[in-house]
Design a protein around this ligand. Sequence first.
Ligand code: NOJ
Length: 554
Amino acid sequence: MPGLTSPAKSPDAWWRNGVIYQIYPRSFQDANGDGIGDLTGIRQRLGYVAALGVDAIWISPFFPSPMADFGYDVADYCDVDPRFGSLADFDALMAEAKALGLRVILDLVPNHTSDRHPWFVQSRSSRTDPKRDWYLWRDPAADGGPPNNWLSNFGGPAWTLDPLTGQYYAHMFLKEQPDLNWRYPDVRRAIYDAMRFWLRRGVDGFRVDVIYHLIKDQLFRNNPPNPAFIPGGDPAHRLLPEYTADLPEVQSIVMEMRRVLDEFGSAESSRVLIGEVYLPVQRLMNYYGMDAAGVLRGAQLPFNFHLIGAKWQAQVIDRLVREYEAALPPGAAPNWVLGNHDKPRIASRVGAAGARLAAMLLLTLRGTPTLYYGDELGMTDVPIPMTEVQDPFEKREPGRGLGRDPQRTPMLWHADEQNAGFTATRPWLRLGSDWQSLAVDRQLGEERSILQLYRRLLSLRRHSRSLHEGAWSPIGARGNVLMYARGDGPERLVVLLNFGREQASVDLQALRHASQSLLHVWLSTLQDRDEQLAEAVPLRPEEGLILGRGHRPG
Ligand code: NOJ
C-alpha cells in the first residue's frame, strides 16, 4: 500500500531520526520513598516509555552532587548519587532499556564541577597545588574587586574570591559550580576518561551541558554591553558573552569529544554527541564540525532550540524551518526541541490546543525530535509558592519569572493514587491542581487525549518512511496555516497546521500541485476525522492535519 513501509531503522545512525525522551530523574518516579525520583523508578517506568514509541532516553544528571544546582554540580563523574541509587541500579536500568530496545544518553557536565569535587578542593588548597590550573584562578583587580566584568548566568559576577589564597575563581553559574580550565590538557583527559567509564557501561551517547561555554578568553577581556538588554530582564543578558561563549577554540574540544565516542563506535551502534548550544542558526552550524574535506567531525546533534523562543505564528515558524534547513551543512542531521528542564513548558507557552499543534509540528519536521517528559500529557508549569522554591536561579533572582521549578514537577502516572503514583510521601515539588485529569492512566482511557495523539504521531513516524526520513519541502504559510510536505513521489504527504484561533480553509488544488493525487486525513490533532478530501480542506481553530494517500499506516 502506498505510504506503508516497514519501520525504517538504520542501526548505525539511529540518532538521525530516532526520537529522544528527556527524563529529569528527580521527577520521574520515586521508588525508595524519599519524595525524589531515582534510577530504579526510571527502570520501573521504562515500559511506558518504550510503549510511547520513542527510541532513546536522555537522563539529566544523577551523579554524586551536593545538589546546589540539582545535579548540574557534579562531585564525582563516575558514580551515582545515593539519592538516585547505585551503579548496580544504573546497570539494571541499562539492561532493561536494552531489552526494550531503548538507547540511553547521559548528561555530561564538563564546563564546571561542584566546589566539593576533590579536584576543586585540591585546586583551592594552595596557589602551587598541582590541580591549581584545573580551574580559572585570577588575581583581584586593582581595587580588590573581580578580575573583569564577566557575569554568572544565574545573576551577579562570575567570580568569587577565595580568602585562603587571595584569588578569584570563575564560575559561569553558581559559586558552587567552579569552571574547569579546558585549556589545560589534564582536564580534558580526566573528562574524556569519565566519558569512557560510562561508554564501557554501554551508554549510547552524551548530551553535553553548555558545550559552547567550555573555552573562555585567554586574556580575560571584559564582555561588551548588550545594546538590546531590557532592564528587568535576565540579568546575565546585560553583557554580550563575546569572551565567555562560542570562542573558535571550542570547536577542537567538540571534535575531541566526538573522537572519544567514536572509539566505541561500530557498524551496529554509533554513539551520539549532543551539544547544548543556545546560538543563532548560522553559528549553531559550526558545532557539526565540518572539516576542509566536508566531513562532519563535531556533535552529530547540536541542539536546535529555536522553536522554544519562536513567536507562535505560521509565518515565523515557516521562516525558521526554512532558514534552519538551508543552513545545515551537507549530510548534517537536523533536530528539534520544544522544551526542557530550563524552559517554561510548551502547554503553558501556547495553551492546550497549541500543545497538540506543537506535537504534530515537532514529530513531522525532519530529523531528531527531543520530547521533555510530561509534555506528552500536556503538563503545564506549576506555580510554586515562595516557601516551596527549590531552584537556585529563582532563589537568587526571585519574582522575575526565571525560576525553573514550575517545569520540573513530578510526572503524573495514576489519577487515583496519592501524588499521582509518583511517590508515597511528600514529593520534592508539588503537583499542579489539574494532575488527575492529566495522569497517564486517565489519558490512556480517553480516545482523543493528547497522550493518544503523541502515541499516534510516534507510531505514524515509525511506520511512514516519508515522515521518518523523507525530505522536508516547504509549501508556505497562507494566513495562519503553515504547510509543508514530507517525502517524495507516491509516498509524499502533507502537513497543515492552523496556528490561528479561527477556522481556516486550504484549497486542495494548491495542495495537489504539491503532491499530485492526495488525499486522506491520516491524523488530526483532534483525532476525530478520517475522511477523504474533496475540494477544500477545512481546518478548525488550532487544528493540525497530516494528509496522505490511501489509508494511514501503522
Ligand atoms: C544547563 C542546564 O540545562 C541547566 O539546568 C544548568 O543549571 C546549567 N547548564 C548549569 O549546568
